[in-house]
Design a protein around this ligand. Structure first.
Ligand code: ADP
Length: 296
């Protein structure tokens, strides 16, 4: 059995899983799963099949997994996507534990990207009266505040950009020039995004947050859900290179984006870029600066 798994943690997981699923479940093997940026993750190979376990520090990130579970459940309820089922939320010593259905990966179906685009359009047709959500959550390991607002530009400034700008400024990560350019951008924001009704978003839809499931369809996970401008999700798919063009074609077919959406992607991605500046610094500050160049 592996490193961080003390026998008491294993016994705790076995007991909780057995209670939840009914029957006597034993863990035969734990296998570290790479690819996460925030938590440590494992495949639990058990007598009842595999489960996916995430572990984090319960005190450093209060309710992180509670909110992740709520986000997954919202997506499950309001979309046709394959979403891993939440099996267990628990704490052990100072660790928070989240056990999910294990996604067994298969080869992508031929129409994988088209289906993915269509299902995202279906998700984005789930609407709300205002931007935000009835609870706060996280994006990665950073708190994400979802206080409601009637219009997108105010929500984007007040609940998305400003809190992360403050955080980055407090850590001396930004130049005065960048801060000034953000102020200029804020003046123009009311005229940048088209007015749309708040749409249910995954919220962190970069290439590391989906997998091919056993049927070769997209399974999405690790969300930072809220009702927002749907161009935020589209932009996030382009943060590190972009998805296949069939994805965008299918999305457009099922829920066309307003003219000029391509030009707004960089502005939308200022939010995840600020997340990256706060988590990793360095190269992301230069990317911010490039996007903000026109705002003088
Ligand atoms: P983090 O919150 O640390 O970013 P993720 O939730 O993104 O962690 O998961 C890390 C990696 O584990 C993913 O990139 C993916 O490869 C894999 N993964 C995520 N969820 C599951 C799951 N339910 N079943 C199997 N593998 C998963």
């Amino acid at each position: 059995m592996q490193n961080m798994f003390s026998s008491s943690l294993l016994a705790h997981l076995e007991k909780q899983l057995s209670f939840k699923k009914g029957g006597d479940i034993r863990i035969n093997k734990t296998v570290a799963v790479a690819g996460g940026s925030i938590n440590t993750a494992y495949e639990l190979k058990t007598t009842a099949g595999s489960f996916f376990l995430k572990i984090n520090d319960a005190e450093a990130y209060p309710n992180l997994f509670v909110n992740e579970a709520k986000g997954l459940e919202l997506l499950w309820e309001h979309s046709n996507f394959s979403i891993p089922k939440v099996e267990l939320l628990s704490e052990w010593k100072n660790k928070a534990l989240l056990v999910l259905e294990f996604i067994s990966s298969a080869k992508a179906r031929e129409d994988f990207w088209g289906l993915f685009g269509k299902e995202l359009a279906v998700l984005h047709r789930q609407k709300n009266a205002h931007f935000g959500l009835d609870h706060d959550n996280y994006i990665g390991s950073l708190p994400q505040c979802n206080l409601p607002n009637e219009n997108w530009h105010d929500f984007f400034i007040l609940q998305r950009l400003e809190p992360l700008l403050r955080m980055a400024r407090d850590e001396d990560l930004l130049t005065r020039d960048i801060c000034h350019r953000f102020d200029r951008l804020f003046l123009q924001l009311p005229h940048i995004f088209p007015v749309e009704q708040p749409a249910l978003l995954h919220g962190d839809l970069w290439g590391g947050n989906f997998m091919f499931n056993a049927e070769g369809k997209a399974s999405i996970f690790d969300p930072a859900v809220y009702y927002g401008h749907r161009e935020m999700d589209i932009a996030m798919t382009q943060l590190f290179g972009g998805f296949n063009t069939a994805f965008y074609d299918a999305y457009q077919e099922h829920y066309p984006l307003e003219v000029g959406w391509e030009r707004r992607m960089d502005i939308a991605n200022l939010y995840p870029l600020l997340v990256h500046v706060n988590l990793f610094g360095g190269v992301y500050v230069q990317r911010l600066s490039n996007v903000l160049r026109p705002f003088r």
